[in-house]
Write a protein that binds this ligand. Structure first.
Ligand code: CMC
Length: 435
């Protein structure tokens, strides 16, 4: 029971309601408005959920004003420096860092699930070869629900645990197969001798004709990208997964809904949009300043992709970390980098925007996707695979939130209300009598 309340009084009727104030570990206190409608007859209105907490969660904390991001209490900077993506997966799923033996067991369990059912191959074969990889991800992750539907009891903790491991283990194989299909190369099966990230790169870039060895610099950069994108509390795709899952839907289907939500350019599609924008700048022959001016022009729809964030009104802490690695990787690649012009343009844009009053006043800094797009481009990944990498990373976040929702005894189906502004009741008019 909360020991503080906020009283809301409707001056017109004189009726009041005391609403409990809930304090979290960190972050703003939250007013529980659950009884507002019953007591005063009002809904609340908050398009875009700017002031609304949709759930209670123990997974990730963000302070957008201070530029903080913590997974299960651990600052992202420490995890990025000392941990690995797989260890972060364990942490997000279970709430604690594993000891050595627990980690080894976790890793070997995941390896047991890395293969796809052979019949899944046929799903890929049905796609046109220029299908967008995100469309294929939505469809194939959703299709997995058909393979495991009977084996899942979403109300059983053990069953949820297996579904979580299956998803984390199989999504890299699915992502790599999506890529292989679009470039017309044979699917590469997982190699369980490799660690999670090396295995993913092996399935992406390996060929039966060559002995592919992922470069340690690329493995580390990919591991870091996955750590930084692993979770981000109640963003659009995570909220989608929670909402879809709240009806008791199969988790593969709920994740497929999350992947759809992630695809948009205002969310996970931004890393792809960043490179499209940079390519446009390079090909147009116009100056970076011209694009900066367009982004500032209120009559233009153009925005600088990879700049700004709904929550971070200070530097995105993930961007700080990845910026360093991005610059290091580009220095290492030096002249071997076929995308040097693009990357030079990105660095010029970053420099000019960071000094421009419009961006400074609105606190529009480069976000994580500005740099992850550049790194993925430098690694040789095709543009349309960028958001797939984000989906691969975010799978653990989505499934951790799904588990948290499903294990909450108070959890109910999500059912927002609305402010209806359509036509009032009116009578049907037959077609020949309409003017
Ligand atoms: N370029 C130019 N102006 C911008 C930009 C931008 N990228 N982003 C915001 N603004 C301006 C906007 O026009 C508005 O100006 P004014 O106050 O004069 O009307 C002001 O900044 C506030 O913008 P907003 O639209 O109210 O901010 P929001 O919190 O609703 O939007 C955002 C956040 C990320 C959708 C937006 O900044 C944007 O579209 N950025 C580009 C797309 C992008 O990089 N998205 C990836 C987000 S990070 C990945 C993730 O977490 O999914």
């Amino acid at each position: 029971m909360a020991d503080r309340t906020v009283t809301v009084t409707d001056i017109a009727t004189g009726k009041s309601v005391d609403l409990p104030v809930l304090d979290g570990t960190n972050g703003p206190s939250t007013i529980d408005i659950g009884t507002l409608y019953k007591k005063l007859g009002y809904f609340t209105y908050d398009p875009g959920f700017v002031s609304t907490a949709s759930c209670e969660s123990k997974i990730t904390f963000i302070d957008g004003d201070l530029g903080l991001l913590r997974y299960r209490g651990y600052p992202i900077e420490q995890l990025a420096e000392h941990s690995t993506f797989l260890e972060v997966c364990y942490l997000l799923l279970n709430g604690e860092l594993p000891d050595k033996q627990t980690f080894e067991t976790f890793e070997s369990r995941l390896k047991m699930h890395s293969l796809l059912d052979e019949k899944m191959r046929r799903f890929y074969l049905g796609f046109h070869n220029n299908s967008h990889p995100m469309a294929m991800m939505v469809a194939t992750v959703g299709a997995m629900s058909a393979f495991y539907h009977d084996q899942i009891d979403v109300h059983d903790a053990e069953s949820r645990e297996i579904a979580a491991k299956r998803l984390i283990a199989k999504v890299p194989t699915m992502a790599a197969w999506v890529y292989k299909y679009t470039v017309g190369q044979p699917f590469v099966y997982p190699n369980n001798k490799l660690d999670y990230v090396s295995n993913f790169l092996y399935m992406m870039f390996g060929l039966p004709t060559t002995d592919y060895q992922p470069s340690p610099a690329f493995v580390r950069a990919m591991d870091l990208i996955l750590i930084l994108h692993a979770d981000h509390e109640q963003n659009a795709s995570t909220s989608t997964v929670r909402l879809a899952g709240s009806s008791g839907a199969n988790p593969y289907a709920a994740l497929s809904a999350g992947i759809s939500s992630l695809w948009g350019p205002a969310h996970g599609g931004a890393n792809e949009a960043v490179i499209n924008m940079l390519e446009d700048i390079v090909q147009s022959g116009k100056s970076v300043n011209y694009y900066i001016e367009r982004a500032k022009d209120k009559d233009s729809q153009f925005r600088l992709m990879g700049f700004g964030h709904r929550v971070y009104k200070n530097y995105d802490p993930r961007a700080k970390i990845i910026r360093k690695v991005c610059h290091q990787l580009l220095d290492e690649l030096g002249e071997n980098n076929p995308h040097q012009r693009l990357l030079d343009t990105a660095m010029e844009l970053e420099r000019i925007a960071l000094e421009d009053d419009y961006f400074i006043q609105r606190k529009l800094y480069p976000n994580v996707d500005f740099y992850s797009g550049i790194i993925l481009r430098a690694m040789g990944l095709p543009l349309n695979m960028f958001t797939v990498i984000f989906a691969l990373a975010r799978t653990v976040g989505w499934i951790s939130h799904w588990k948290e929702h499903m294990s909450d005894p108070q959890a109910r189906i999500g059912r927002p209300r609305q402010l209806y502004t359509g036509a009032d009741q009116r009578d049907y008019v037959r077609i020949d009598e309409r003017s």
